[in-house]
Design a protein around this ligand. Structure first.
Ligand code: TRP
Length: 512
């Protein structure tokens, strides 16, 4: 079911377009908002080192699985994974039984929501085969984007607040009040969120080349430039070297087991793997492009930009003598305070630049999340791109508005609260927290696990290795790739990546 017979499949205009679009997806709130605050909470250098190892050992192999399948199949994730094994074979049924048993265990332990999700997954796997990874790809981005859009809206709101000189506070109390005035007032948060969703949808409307590629080509270099400006400002402050040292010098006494697992989970989120997003993006890639080099460049850009964000934030933080372990409010509350105390009357200017940066990063990632679902609707369900874009954006916005409203006050949505509490426990969590936790603690690791198992054991790592270079040889008589490469990727994809994910997963549900 790949593509419409009448029109040829749309392709990236060039290699740079693909790299910037994939990097635009990877570089997001994960890099500039989440990475700095979890690094701050986990002691700096040692955490950064472990994170980089996780990116290379787990993130990169799965990224390569997703991209090679997409380019090989030239189809949306549903069609692509279905093409590898059209009807479920023996290995597939074995996996389905194992998943079913895990689901039963979860239900038994009263994790009803998670158990139900895994149960549905195992049954569809047995009936429909590995196409379920594709259905997963179509549905999970909707969960992520619904709360991602909430935060995306805040970044835009803060950008305008910066321009309007409303971020001129210098005390944590004022900072908290300003953040609350945005996050807890739906009359402000919802319009900004819808604005964010509109910008994403407008980009997807114009398609792969004139939409995603164009926007990424314009915005990613701008993001890079803004970041360099901020770093220069930050490291030239008095006493800033402490911050550089915090980020780059490993001190293993500060690292906990918890920190190691957090680093692994964050590697997925930050690289945008676990969803089949790169299967969609890889399917727009021509045969004459080298997937290995491209993936290495994307990984380098994503990790590099996370480190650069750290370099922009920590030296300034140390320079003004503020605590590094502030948690999620780090960038929204602390950055304006820093800018105001170092930038004098230009504080508003630096704050605006910073939140513009954050908004750009969020936008290019939001675009990619929307595209996965649209790609599945267009290829598999034969929607027109424009119709699919509008439908998906409206549905996600509707769920997203619930996330935003639930942050403020559950009493507006009591029935929803009861349902969610029954399914997923945790009465204090809002719908926003649920979408966040569910996707990064459960859905992405499950997706990554299923993809690495399927690609490694059913499609076979030889097929992956064959797809890595430009102009890959295909067909039954294609020569076997070099032994060293087969062994390296075989071990990485079949064993290392799945094992690491299982450990992380068991930890997040509290069994380890
Ligand atoms: N990588 C993005 C970030 O760091 C988030 C993201 C965008 C994502 N698309 C994704 C995460 C697909 C998982 C899958 O903010």
């Amino acid at each position: 079911m790949s593509g419409n017979a009448s029109t040829p499949r749309e392709k990236w205009g060039g290699n740079i377009g693909f790299i910037l679009a994939a990097a635009g997806s990877a570089v997001g709130l994960g890099n500039i908002w989440r990475f700095p605050f979890i690094t701050g909470q986990n002691g700096g250098g040692a955490f950064v080192l472990i994170y980089v190892l996780c990116v290379l050992l787990v993130g990169l192999p799965i990224m390569i699985c997703e991209t090679t399948v997409g380019r090989w199949a030239q189809s949306d994730p549903i069609g692509a994974f279905g093409k590898i094994e059209p009807t479920p074979g023996r290995r597939t049924r074995t996996v389905a039984v194992l998943l079913f048993l895990s689901a039963a265990a979860l239900l038994f332990c009263r994790h009803y929501g998670q158990g139900a999700i895994l149960m549905i997954l195992s049954v569809t796997l047995a009936v429909k085969g590995w196409r379920i990874i594709g259905y997963f790809s179509a549905l999970v981005p909707m969960v992520i984007l619904s709360y991602y859009g909430t935060v995306g809206g805040w970044t835009i709101a803060f950008f305008f607040k910066g321009l309007a000189h409303s971020l001129n506070f210098t005390t944590p109390e004022r900072a908290a009040a300003v953040l609350q005035s945005v996050t807890e007032d739906p009359r402000i948060a919802v319009p900004y969120q819808l604005g964010f969703m509109f910008l994403c949808a407008a980009t997807i409307w114009f398609g792969v080349r004139r939409g995603i590629e164009l926007v990424s080509k314009l915005l990613l270099p701008l993001l890079f430039l803004l970041l360099v400006v901020l770093i220069i400002r930050s490291v030239t402050l008095p006493n800033s070297f402490e911050g550089v040292r915090f980020l780059l010098r490993p001190d293993f006494s500060k690292l906990s087991a918890e920190g190691v697992l957090l680093a692994a989970g964050h590697a997925f989120f930050s690289l945008s793997v676990g969803l089949g997003l790169l299967t969609a993006y890889g399917s727009y890639l021509d045969a004459d492009k080298n997937i290995l080099t491209n993936s290495l460049i994307i990984v380098l850009l994503d990790t590099g930009i996370a480190l650069m964000a750290g370099l922009a934030i920590f030296p300034a933080l140390f320079s003004v003598g503020m605590a590094v372990d502030q948690g999620p409010k780090l960038v929204f509350q602390i950055m304006p305070i820093i800018f105001n105390s170092i930038g004098g009357s230009f504080g508003w200017f630096w704050s605006s630049i910073f939140f513009l940066l954050l908004a750009i990063a969020a936008l290019t990632s939001g675009i990619s999340l929307l595209e996965v679902t649209v790609c599945c609707l267009v290829d598999h369900f034969r929607f027109k791109r424009h119709g699919a874009t509008v439908l998906t954006a409206v549905v996600i916005s509707a769920i997203g508005v619930l996330c935003t409203i639930s942050l403020d006050d559950w009493s507006r949505l009591p029935a929803l609260q009861r349902a969610i509490t029954f399914l997923f426990g945790g009465a204090k969590g809002s719908m926003f927290d649920l979408a966040d936790k569910l996707s990064s603690n459960y859905l992405l690791p499950i997706g990554g696990l299923v993809i690495s198992l399927f690609v490694g054991w059913v499609w076979g790592t030889d097929n992956v290795v064959r797809q890595l270079p430009a102009n890959p040889a295909t067909g039954d008589d294609a020569p076997k790739p070099p032994l060293a490469e087969r062994i390296f990727w075989g071990i990485a994809i079949r064993f290392v990546a799945p094992a690491a994910i299982i450990i992380v997963f068991l930890h997040t549900i509290g069994w380890l």
